[in-house]
Ligand binder design. Sequence first.
Ligand code: ADP
Ligand code: ZN
Ligand code: MG
Length: 493
Amino acid sequence: MYQTFIGLEVHIHLLTKTKVFCGCRSAFGDEPNTNVCPVCLGYPGVMPALNIEAMRMGCLVARALNCRIPEKTWFERKQYFYPDMPKNYQISQFASPLGQEGWVEIEGGGINKRVRIRECHLEEDAGKMIHTGAVSLLDYNRAGVSLLEIVTEPDMESGEEAELFVQQLRRAVRYLGVCDGNMEEGSLRADANVSINLPGRGLGSKVEIKNLNSSRFIRLGLNYEVKRQAAMLDAGKVVVQETRLWNENRDETAPMRTKENAKDYRYFPEPDLPAFTPDEAFLASVDAGLVELPLPRSKRVKADYGLNDEQAFLLCEEKAFADYYESAVNEACKLGLEKKDAAGRVANRLLTEVKHILSRENIDEAGIGTVKLSPRRLAELTALVAGGNISNKNAKQALEAVFAEDKDPAEIVKERGWEQINDPALIAGAVKQVWDAEAETVRSARAAIEADNQKKVKSLTAYLVGKVLAATGGRAAPEVAGRQVEALLRGTD
Ligand code: ADP
Ligand code: ZN
Ligand code: MG
């Protein structure tokens, strides 16, 4: 068996309004070559200027990954030729990355380990080449967009661990509000480095899989590569250091080029940008952006509210969703519900009915804070059900109505006459009605009781209770109706 070493280089587009070294709009999907200026088009003699917001967001990610922010950080030119990069160099960071020597815990699906972060550095993205038949088109809208590169140590050992790392990082940067995490649009993409070696021999000869734009491809590509390399070593061959690409149609990696090293880039300090020295005010503005991250939050939410792993995970995937949940539980407690009872009830309704409505209405989970069903209103509805004021069935309809009509649940319930009927005498009236209309069923149910046919008794009882509920417009308290039907069938009332 071999030992596996995996290190990732993850690139995230920072959500700055403008690019990192000029004032051009930073946006995805605009008309090609409309967000450009002499600076990002690389005209000779123009001067770049650092976008402080990009520096702040980069440092925020660095802090969230437990990195050290150095006293002074500057930029270098990384030189290579490529048509999507008109200056023939990329402004990046080499000797003084803005974040250094951090770590992150990854946890889930049986995995639980610490991955060291080597560095986070700020750079500019390149433009985009679109190849169509005989011609290649260039779109420089992306040239100069703020890009943060996060580099790990080779601490991961399987495609699954790398996938988990990226999924967790994606959720974290969305929580921090610095990246939309959209992998299809390329806002988050990764290069995956992998080598294997005999145990105890240290790192092997590294292969880099470039430009992976889905966490699934990261897992598949790495696991494929581990197998390929093992087969080579088994056959007594050597693995050459190279860059490969994942071919998603063939489920395999293929060689792209042998990799250049730092020496080939001839990094040297960018003379047009002064070094950046974070002062106290800047560092305070970075720290002001720190929030409880998804993993610790889901652990806390699980313990605090008595939920299971899956509920906690789903509730905490999106920050806005988790905020909404905690606020609704809090409101329900104010309305007199016991905390764990409120927590369970709100979680259930959020993860089923509310999620269902959101997806039907095409509302992103992140947008839950803007819907007419406010946390307070969800709490009110929960309290109405818990207090036996409305049946669960009508509660579902009430939820829909609150969503659509911008009214409080109590108002909807009153308007529609959905208050639950708990009065046994009123329910007895409905039972009597059903008894007259369903004489045949009642006879069969009694015969089934005689014959001790439990299954049939159960289904016929449920049928009769359903009829009673229907006769009251779904308003009768189901337990009361159930007790009365039971008693009447068995002649015990
Ligand atoms: P390069 O100079 O080729 O970019 P780096 O040393 O900067 O290589 O490392 C890039 C990434 O590759 C890092 O995430 C690092 O952890 C990982 N890495 C480096 N060497 C190996 C190796 N031998 N096996 C697996 N991963 C490696
Ligand atoms: Zn520009
Ligand atoms: Mg490198």
